[in-house]
Write a protein that binds this ligand. Structure first.
Ligand SMILES: NC(=O)c1ccc[n+]([C@@H]2O[C@H](COP(=O)([O-])OP(=O)(O)OC[C@H]3O[C@@H](n4cnc5c(N)ncnc54)[C@H](OP(=O)(O)O)[C@@H]3O)[C@@H](O)[C@H]2O)c1
Length: 342
Protein backbone atom coordinates (compact mmCIF):
# COMPACT_ATOMS: atom_id res chain seq x y z
CA UNK A 1 0.00 0.00 0.00
CA UNK A 2 1.25 3.51 -0.82
CA UNK A 3 2.02 5.78 2.13
CA UNK A 4 2.41 9.55 2.14
CA UNK A 5 4.44 12.23 3.87
CA UNK A 6 1.84 14.50 5.43
CA UNK A 7 2.30 17.98 6.92
CA UNK A 8 -0.24 19.61 9.23
CA UNK A 9 0.17 23.41 9.10
CA UNK A 10 -1.38 25.16 12.11
CA UNK A 11 -1.05 21.90 14.03
CA UNK A 12 -1.55 23.50 17.46
CA UNK A 13 -4.88 25.16 16.59
CA UNK A 14 -8.43 23.92 17.13
CA UNK A 15 -8.62 22.53 13.57
CA UNK A 16 -4.97 21.42 13.31
CA UNK A 17 -5.09 19.29 16.47
CA UNK A 18 -8.29 17.66 15.22
CA UNK A 19 -6.71 16.97 11.80
CA UNK A 20 -3.85 15.06 13.41
CA UNK A 21 -6.34 13.13 15.54
CA UNK A 22 -8.56 12.29 12.53
CA UNK A 23 -5.55 11.13 10.46
CA UNK A 24 -4.75 8.63 13.23
CA UNK A 25 -8.36 7.60 13.94
CA UNK A 26 -9.05 6.88 10.26
CA UNK A 27 -5.72 5.14 9.67
CA UNK A 28 -4.77 7.48 6.86
CA UNK A 29 -1.74 5.93 5.12
CA UNK A 30 0.87 8.24 6.69
CA UNK A 31 4.54 7.45 6.05
CA UNK A 32 5.84 10.44 8.04
CA UNK A 33 3.91 13.27 9.71
CA UNK A 34 5.31 16.80 10.16
CA UNK A 35 3.57 19.28 12.45
CA UNK A 36 4.05 23.01 11.85
CA UNK A 37 2.99 26.14 13.71
CA UNK A 38 4.50 29.54 14.48
CA UNK A 39 7.46 30.29 16.77
CA UNK A 40 4.94 30.57 19.66
CA UNK A 41 4.37 26.80 19.77
CA UNK A 42 7.70 25.47 18.51
CA UNK A 43 8.80 22.36 20.40
CA UNK A 44 5.34 21.43 21.67
CA UNK A 45 4.84 17.67 21.43
CA UNK A 46 1.92 15.57 20.20
CA UNK A 47 1.50 11.80 20.16
CA UNK A 48 0.84 10.29 16.75
CA UNK A 49 0.51 6.51 16.43
CA UNK A 50 2.34 6.17 19.75
CA UNK A 51 5.26 8.34 18.65
CA UNK A 52 6.11 11.80 20.04
CA UNK A 53 6.16 14.40 17.26
CA UNK A 54 7.63 17.86 17.90
CA UNK A 55 6.00 20.93 16.40
CA UNK A 56 8.40 22.81 14.12
CA UNK A 57 8.34 26.43 13.00
CA UNK A 58 6.87 26.73 9.51
CA UNK A 59 9.36 28.11 6.97
CA UNK A 60 9.88 28.29 3.22
CA UNK A 61 11.65 24.86 3.17
CA UNK A 62 9.03 23.03 5.21
CA UNK A 63 7.43 21.29 2.20
CA UNK A 64 10.49 19.49 0.85
CA UNK A 65 9.53 15.80 0.57
CA UNK A 66 5.93 16.46 1.67
CA UNK A 67 3.20 14.84 -0.46
CA UNK A 68 0.10 16.33 1.18
CA UNK A 69 -0.10 19.48 3.32
CA UNK A 70 -3.25 20.10 5.36
CA UNK A 71 -3.41 23.85 6.07
CA UNK A 72 -5.22 25.52 8.99
CA UNK A 73 -2.87 28.35 9.85
CA UNK A 74 -5.10 31.26 8.81
CA UNK A 75 -5.32 33.26 5.60
CA UNK A 76 -1.90 34.93 5.77
CA UNK A 77 -0.22 31.53 6.10
CA UNK A 78 -2.27 30.15 3.18
CA UNK A 79 -1.46 33.14 1.00
CA UNK A 80 2.29 32.92 1.55
CA UNK A 81 2.94 29.20 2.00
CA UNK A 82 0.22 27.69 -0.23
CA UNK A 83 1.95 28.56 -3.54
CA UNK A 84 5.38 27.69 -2.05
CA UNK A 85 4.13 24.24 -1.11
CA UNK A 86 2.73 23.73 -4.62
CA UNK A 87 6.13 24.69 -6.09
CA UNK A 88 7.62 21.85 -4.01
CA UNK A 89 5.18 19.41 -5.63
CA UNK A 90 2.99 19.19 -2.53
CA UNK A 91 -0.81 18.96 -2.79
CA UNK A 92 -2.36 21.52 -0.43
CA UNK A 93 -5.80 21.13 1.15
CA UNK A 94 -6.58 24.48 2.73
CA UNK A 95 -9.12 25.20 5.47
CA UNK A 96 -9.15 28.98 5.25
CA UNK A 97 -11.17 31.30 3.02
CA UNK A 98 -8.23 32.62 0.99
CA UNK A 99 -8.51 30.24 -2.01
CA UNK A 100 -12.14 29.15 -1.82
CA UNK A 101 -13.64 31.32 -4.55
CA UNK A 102 -10.59 31.16 -6.86
CA UNK A 103 -11.93 29.62 -10.10
CA UNK A 104 -8.69 27.57 -10.39
CA UNK A 105 -9.26 25.98 -6.96
CA UNK A 106 -11.83 23.21 -6.42
CA UNK A 107 -14.03 23.71 -3.34
CA UNK A 108 -14.93 20.24 -2.20
CA UNK A 109 -17.31 18.41 0.10
CA UNK A 110 -16.76 14.69 -0.55
CA UNK A 111 -20.44 13.76 -0.12
CA UNK A 112 -21.44 16.42 -2.66
CA UNK A 113 -18.81 17.07 -5.36
CA UNK A 114 -15.92 14.64 -4.74
CA UNK A 115 -14.71 14.51 -8.32
CA UNK A 116 -14.12 18.28 -8.52
CA UNK A 117 -10.85 17.38 -6.78
CA UNK A 118 -9.57 16.07 -10.12
CA UNK A 119 -9.42 19.63 -11.50
CA UNK A 120 -6.92 20.82 -8.90
CA UNK A 121 -3.69 22.59 -9.83
CA UNK A 122 -2.00 21.95 -6.50
CA UNK A 123 -4.52 23.53 -4.13
CA UNK A 124 -7.93 22.26 -3.01
CA UNK A 125 -10.10 24.34 -0.69
CA UNK A 126 -12.20 23.14 2.19
CA UNK A 127 -15.44 25.14 2.45
CA UNK A 128 -16.66 27.17 5.39
CA UNK A 129 -18.01 25.03 8.24
CA UNK A 130 -21.59 26.36 8.10
CA UNK A 131 -21.75 25.76 4.36
CA UNK A 132 -20.41 22.19 4.58
CA UNK A 133 -23.11 20.90 6.93
CA UNK A 134 -25.88 22.64 4.97
CA UNK A 135 -24.87 21.23 1.57
CA UNK A 136 -24.33 17.70 2.92
CA UNK A 137 -27.97 17.75 4.09
CA UNK A 138 -29.47 19.53 1.07
CA UNK A 139 -27.62 17.97 -1.89
CA UNK A 140 -29.54 14.64 -1.91
CA UNK A 141 -32.88 16.49 -1.83
CA UNK A 142 -31.63 18.94 -4.47
CA UNK A 143 -30.83 15.96 -6.73
CA UNK A 144 -34.44 14.75 -6.37
CA UNK A 145 -36.49 17.96 -6.68
CA UNK A 146 -34.15 20.92 -7.36
CA UNK A 147 -33.76 24.02 -5.18
CA UNK A 148 -34.78 27.61 -5.98
CA UNK A 149 -34.05 29.34 -2.69
CA UNK A 150 -32.45 28.75 0.73
CA UNK A 151 -32.99 30.98 3.77
CA UNK A 152 -30.83 30.09 6.72
CA UNK A 153 -30.10 31.31 10.25
CA UNK A 154 -27.03 29.84 11.93
CA UNK A 155 -26.22 29.37 15.61
CA UNK A 156 -22.43 28.99 15.50
CA UNK A 157 -20.19 27.82 18.32
CA UNK A 158 -17.14 29.77 19.48
CA UNK A 159 -14.73 27.01 18.39
CA UNK A 160 -15.41 28.27 14.86
CA UNK A 161 -13.21 31.23 15.79
CA UNK A 162 -10.39 29.06 17.12
CA UNK A 163 -8.69 28.20 20.37
CA UNK A 164 -8.61 31.73 21.85
CA UNK A 165 -12.40 32.03 21.56
CA UNK A 166 -12.95 28.69 23.34
CA UNK A 167 -10.78 29.98 26.21
CA UNK A 168 -12.60 33.32 26.22
CA UNK A 169 -16.08 31.75 26.55
CA UNK A 170 -14.88 29.56 29.43
CA UNK A 171 -13.19 32.49 31.21
CA UNK A 172 -16.18 34.82 30.77
CA UNK A 173 -18.64 32.16 32.00
CA UNK A 174 -16.49 31.55 35.09
CA UNK A 175 -16.14 35.30 35.71
CA UNK A 176 -19.91 35.87 35.48
CA UNK A 177 -20.90 33.05 37.84
CA UNK A 178 -18.31 34.20 40.39
CA UNK A 179 -19.23 37.90 40.08
CA UNK A 180 -15.86 38.92 38.67
CA UNK A 181 -15.13 41.43 35.93
CA UNK A 182 -15.62 40.06 32.38
CA UNK A 183 -12.74 40.53 29.94
CA UNK A 184 -13.69 40.95 26.25
CA UNK A 185 -10.89 40.29 23.73
CA UNK A 186 -11.87 38.03 20.81
CA UNK A 187 -15.36 39.33 19.90
CA UNK A 188 -16.63 42.93 19.87
CA UNK A 189 -18.91 42.10 22.84
CA UNK A 190 -19.19 39.56 25.64
CA UNK A 191 -20.13 36.14 24.22
CA UNK A 192 -20.95 34.29 27.47
CA UNK A 193 -24.74 34.30 28.08
CA UNK A 194 -25.10 36.43 24.95
CA UNK A 195 -25.82 36.09 21.19
CA UNK A 196 -23.92 38.07 18.53
CA UNK A 197 -25.24 38.52 14.96
CA UNK A 198 -21.74 39.25 13.64
CA UNK A 199 -19.36 36.65 12.20
CA UNK A 200 -16.40 37.88 10.15
CA UNK A 201 -16.43 41.45 8.79
CA UNK A 202 -19.41 43.47 7.56
CA UNK A 203 -19.69 44.02 3.79
CA UNK A 204 -21.11 47.06 1.98
CA UNK A 205 -24.35 45.16 1.24
CA UNK A 206 -25.11 44.79 4.98
CA UNK A 207 -24.35 41.08 5.11
CA UNK A 208 -21.29 39.76 6.94
CA UNK A 209 -18.51 37.97 5.08
CA UNK A 210 -19.53 34.71 6.81
CA UNK A 211 -23.08 35.11 5.45
CA UNK A 212 -21.77 35.85 1.98
CA UNK A 213 -19.53 32.74 2.11
CA UNK A 214 -22.71 30.68 2.49
CA UNK A 215 -24.18 32.31 -0.62
CA UNK A 216 -21.14 31.94 -2.88
CA UNK A 217 -19.77 28.63 -1.61
CA UNK A 218 -23.15 26.86 -1.78
CA UNK A 219 -23.46 27.79 -5.46
CA UNK A 220 -19.88 26.75 -6.27
CA UNK A 221 -20.03 23.38 -4.48
CA UNK A 222 -23.47 22.45 -5.85
CA UNK A 223 -22.64 23.74 -9.37
CA UNK A 224 -25.86 25.75 -9.15
CA UNK A 225 -25.23 29.43 -9.84
CA UNK A 226 -28.96 30.19 -9.76
CA UNK A 227 -29.80 29.05 -6.24
CA UNK A 228 -30.83 32.12 -4.22
CA UNK A 229 -29.33 32.04 -0.72
CA UNK A 230 -29.79 34.41 2.20
CA UNK A 231 -28.15 33.76 5.57
CA UNK A 232 -27.97 35.36 8.99
CA UNK A 233 -24.93 34.02 10.85
CA UNK A 234 -24.99 34.24 14.61
CA UNK A 235 -22.38 33.41 17.24
CA UNK A 236 -23.82 31.68 20.32
CA UNK A 237 -22.18 30.66 23.60
CA UNK A 238 -21.71 27.01 22.61
CA UNK A 239 -18.24 25.44 22.67
CA UNK A 240 -18.47 23.03 19.72
CA UNK A 241 -21.18 22.39 17.11
CA UNK A 242 -22.98 24.68 14.69
CA UNK A 243 -26.80 24.57 14.40
CA UNK A 244 -28.82 25.92 11.50
CA UNK A 245 -32.51 26.70 10.91
CA UNK A 246 -32.88 26.20 7.17
CA UNK A 247 -35.93 27.02 5.03
CA UNK A 248 -35.79 25.75 1.47
CA UNK A 249 -37.98 26.47 -1.53
CA UNK A 250 -37.65 23.48 -3.87
CA UNK A 251 -38.32 23.49 -7.62
CA UNK A 252 -40.95 20.74 -7.26
CA UNK A 253 -43.30 19.77 -4.40
CA UNK A 254 -41.91 17.49 -1.69
CA UNK A 255 -43.38 16.28 1.60
CA UNK A 256 -41.48 15.95 4.89
CA UNK A 257 -41.80 12.15 4.65
CA UNK A 258 -40.30 12.12 1.17
CA UNK A 259 -37.40 14.25 2.40
CA UNK A 260 -36.89 11.91 5.38
CA UNK A 261 -36.83 8.92 3.00
CA UNK A 262 -34.11 10.58 0.96
CA UNK A 263 -32.05 11.64 3.98
CA UNK A 264 -32.30 8.19 5.56
CA UNK A 265 -29.92 6.93 2.86
CA UNK A 266 -27.84 10.08 2.32
CA UNK A 267 -24.07 9.79 2.81
CA UNK A 268 -22.77 11.50 5.95
CA UNK A 269 -26.30 12.31 7.21
CA UNK A 270 -28.06 11.01 10.32
CA UNK A 271 -31.76 11.68 10.70
CA UNK A 272 -32.91 12.55 14.25
CA UNK A 273 -36.52 13.50 13.80
CA UNK A 274 -39.20 12.45 16.25
CA UNK A 275 -40.85 15.40 18.00
CA UNK A 276 -43.03 13.05 20.09
CA UNK A 277 -39.94 12.09 22.13
CA UNK A 278 -38.11 15.45 21.71
CA UNK A 279 -35.68 13.82 19.31
CA UNK A 280 -33.85 16.41 17.20
CA UNK A 281 -30.22 17.32 16.55
CA UNK A 282 -28.32 19.16 19.28
CA UNK A 283 -24.85 20.68 19.34
CA UNK A 284 -23.63 19.09 22.58
CA UNK A 285 -24.15 15.41 21.61
CA UNK A 286 -22.98 16.15 18.04
CA UNK A 287 -19.61 17.32 19.36
CA UNK A 288 -16.84 14.82 18.64
CA UNK A 289 -18.87 12.92 16.04
CA UNK A 290 -18.64 12.81 12.23
CA UNK A 291 -22.23 13.06 11.01
CA UNK A 292 -24.40 15.92 9.83
CA UNK A 293 -27.61 15.59 11.86
CA UNK A 294 -31.01 16.64 10.44
CA UNK A 295 -34.34 16.93 12.22
CA UNK A 296 -37.46 19.11 12.77
CA UNK A 297 -38.35 18.49 9.11
CA UNK A 298 -41.72 20.06 8.39
CA UNK A 299 -43.64 21.66 5.58
CA UNK A 300 -42.73 25.35 5.55
CA UNK A 301 -46.11 27.00 6.06
CA UNK A 302 -45.17 30.02 3.94
CA UNK A 303 -43.87 27.97 0.98
CA UNK A 304 -46.27 25.02 0.96
CA UNK A 305 -46.14 22.61 -0.97
CA UNK A 306 -42.67 23.34 -2.37
CA UNK A 307 -41.04 24.38 0.89
CA UNK A 308 -39.55 22.55 3.86
CA UNK A 309 -38.05 23.80 7.09
CA UNK A 310 -35.38 21.79 8.93
CA UNK A 311 -32.74 21.94 11.67
CA UNK A 312 -29.19 20.90 10.79
CA UNK A 313 -26.38 20.35 13.31
CA UNK A 314 -22.77 19.20 13.00
CA UNK A 315 -19.41 19.38 14.78
CA UNK A 316 -17.80 22.38 13.06
CA UNK A 317 -14.26 21.32 13.94
CA UNK A 318 -14.76 17.79 12.62
CA UNK A 319 -17.10 17.66 9.58
CA UNK A 320 -16.88 21.45 9.28
CA UNK A 321 -13.10 21.38 8.95
CA UNK A 322 -10.71 18.53 9.92
CA UNK A 323 -12.75 15.51 8.83
CA UNK A 324 -13.81 17.07 5.53
CA UNK A 325 -10.15 17.89 4.76
CA UNK A 326 -9.04 14.32 5.41
CA UNK A 327 -11.97 12.88 3.45
CA UNK A 328 -10.73 14.93 0.48
CA UNK A 329 -7.24 13.44 0.90
CA UNK A 330 -8.73 9.94 1.27
CA UNK A 331 -10.69 10.38 -1.96
CA UNK A 332 -7.50 11.32 -3.83
CA UNK A 333 -5.67 8.30 -2.41
CA UNK A 334 -8.57 5.97 -3.20
CA UNK A 335 -8.71 7.17 -6.82
CA UNK A 336 -4.89 7.06 -7.07
CA UNK A 337 -4.86 10.77 -8.00
CA UNK A 338 -1.84 11.46 -5.79
CA UNK A 339 1.57 9.79 -5.86
CA UNK A 340 4.10 9.68 -3.03
CA UNK A 341 7.44 11.31 -3.95
CA UNK A 342 9.59 8.80 -2.08
N1 LIG B 1 -12.50 26.43 13.76
C1 LIG B 1 -13.31 26.10 12.77
O1 LIG B 1 -14.45 25.62 12.96
C2 LIG B 1 -12.89 26.26 11.36
C3 LIG B 1 -13.68 25.68 10.38
C4 LIG B 1 -13.30 25.83 9.06
C5 LIG B 1 -12.15 26.53 8.77
N2 LIG B 1 -11.38 27.09 9.75
C6 LIG B 1 -10.17 27.81 9.35
O2 LIG B 1 -9.02 27.10 9.78
C7 LIG B 1 -7.97 28.01 10.11
C8 LIG B 1 -7.49 27.77 11.53
O3 LIG B 1 -8.58 27.87 12.41
P1 LIG B 1 -8.46 27.41 13.93
O4 LIG B 1 -9.85 27.52 14.45
O5 LIG B 1 -7.73 26.13 14.08
O6 LIG B 1 -7.56 28.61 14.55
P2 LIG B 1 -6.61 28.59 15.84
O7 LIG B 1 -7.12 27.66 16.88
O8 LIG B 1 -6.43 30.02 16.21
O9 LIG B 1 -5.21 28.00 15.30
C9 LIG B 1 -4.39 28.70 14.39
C10 LIG B 1 -3.17 27.84 14.06
O10 LIG B 1 -2.39 28.54 13.08
C11 LIG B 1 -1.06 28.62 13.54
N3 LIG B 1 -0.40 29.81 13.01
C12 LIG B 1 -0.78 31.10 13.16
N4 LIG B 1 0.11 31.93 12.55
C13 LIG B 1 1.06 31.13 12.00
C14 LIG B 1 2.24 31.37 11.24
N5 LIG B 1 2.63 32.59 10.93
N6 LIG B 1 2.98 30.29 10.86
C15 LIG B 1 2.60 29.04 11.17
N7 LIG B 1 1.49 28.76 11.90
C16 LIG B 1 0.72 29.78 12.29
C17 LIG B 1 -1.18 28.67 15.05
O11 LIG B 1 0.05 28.32 15.64
P3 LIG B 1 0.55 28.87 17.07
O12 LIG B 1 0.12 27.86 18.09
O13 LIG B 1 2.03 28.88 16.91
O14 LIG B 1 -0.05 30.22 17.27
C18 LIG B 1 -2.26 27.59 15.25
O15 LIG B 1 -1.68 26.31 15.15
C19 LIG B 1 -8.55 29.41 9.86
O16 LIG B 1 -8.20 29.80 8.54
C20 LIG B 1 -10.04 29.18 9.96
O17 LIG B 1 -10.76 30.13 9.23
C21 LIG B 1 -11.72 26.95 11.04
Amino acid sequence: MKTYNVAVVGATGAVGEEMTRVLEQRNFPVHRISLYASQRSAGREYLFQGEKIQVKVLNDDSFRGIDIALFSGGDEVSRHYGPLAVQSGTVVIDNGKYFRMDPEVPLVVPEVNPDDVKEHKGIIANPNCSTIQMVVALKPIYDAVGINKIICATYQSVSGTGREAIDELREQAEAIVSNKEVRVCVYPHQIAFNVLPEIDVFLDNGYTKEEWKMVEETRKIMHAANIAVSATCVRVPVLIGHSEAVHVEFSHPITPDEARQILQHAPGVKLLDDPTISLYPQAWPASGTDEVYVGRIRQDASLHPRGLAMWIVSDNIRKGAALNTIQIAEHMVEKDWIQPKE
